[in-house]
Design a protein around this ligand. Structure first.
Ligand SMILES: N[C@@H](CCC(=O)N[C@@H](CS)C(=O)NCC(=O)O)C(=O)O
Length: 238
């Protein structure tokens, strides 16, 4: 790594080329591109995340002690967690601003979690089938089966589909209402902020899950155009 370069730890889909897919790393990747920072990616399969990061960072509390995104900075600092990375980078490279104090950010972060929580029974079974490399599939299946206390087939059958979409819809509609408050394409109108990158990470992830998922999310949002406009507007950093 060149001395001025950042290193982003991310989970791959595919090989040569590896592609990013996971929403939390997407937030950081969009952010580094938006800030114009020089970085390389270190692709890490799920079973290797712990051994790759454990000598560099203090573990998270909770079920996954080591997570991507993690960022290694040119001065040797390691930062784990997408929001901590945003706070850190904003201090290191304040311009262009991420507007972390925007009233939209807190709301969009809450709706991000609400939406992701609701569609888990849809995406958790899909990710190993459609996205992950073979090295990560066993790890994903066993950790997620343990977390849900059932097989992923059962999760999909009993809690996925219509039921999950109905649970996800209110969050989508709330985001739509926020996007409609200003003239767009961003939450703050024509000013980009981190809230756009956070919601952009969901749109990019849904797109990666397949056109049926993406189209259903847009349909449930009540106004697909505002989401499509945002997606187009963040595309230069994707
Ligand atoms: N709050 C964290 C969550 C990060 C997270 O959960 N990352 C997942 C991939 S999206 C991960 O690395 N999981 C590790 C595992 O499943 O062992 C953030 O925003 O960075």
């Amino acid at each position: 790594m060149a001395p001025s370069q950042y290193l982003l730890y991310d989970i791959p889909s595919g090989k040569a080329p590896c592609a990013t897919w996971s929403p939390n790393p997407w937030k950081t990747r969009l952010l580094l591109n938006f800030k114009g920072l020089d970085y390389q990616t270190q692709w890490v399969e799920y079973p290797d995340i712990k051994s790759t990061l454990e000598n560099h960072v203090t573990p998270n509390e909770g079920s996954f002690p080591y997570t991507c995104p993690t960022l290694a900075c040119p001065d040797g600092t390691y930062v784990m967690d997408s929001r901590k990375i945003a706070d850190y980078i904003e201090r290191q490279a304040p311009l262009p601003s991420l507007h972390l104090d925007s009233i939209y950010l807190e709301k969009v972060e809450r709706l991000w979690s609400q939406y992701m929580g609701a569609i888990k029974p849809i995406f958790v079974p899909l990710v190993p089938r459609q996205i992950l490399n073979e090295e990560s599939v066993g790890y994903w299946n066993s950790t997620r089966e343990q977390a849900f206390g059932m097989s992923l087939d059962q999760l999909e059958r009993e809690k996925g589909g219509e039921r999950a979409w109905n649970e996800a819809e209110p969050a989508l509609r709330e985001v739509t209402a926020l996007l409609q408050e200003n003239e767009g394409p961003f939450f703050l109108g024509n000013t980009v902020s981190y809230a756009d990158l956070v919601w952009g990470s969901i749109l990019l992830f849904n797109q990666r899950l397949g056109s049926d998922i993406f189209d259903e999310a847009l349909k449930r949002s009540g106004d697909s155009q505002v989401h499509l406009n945002l997606l187009k507007a963040v595309q230069p950093w994707a």
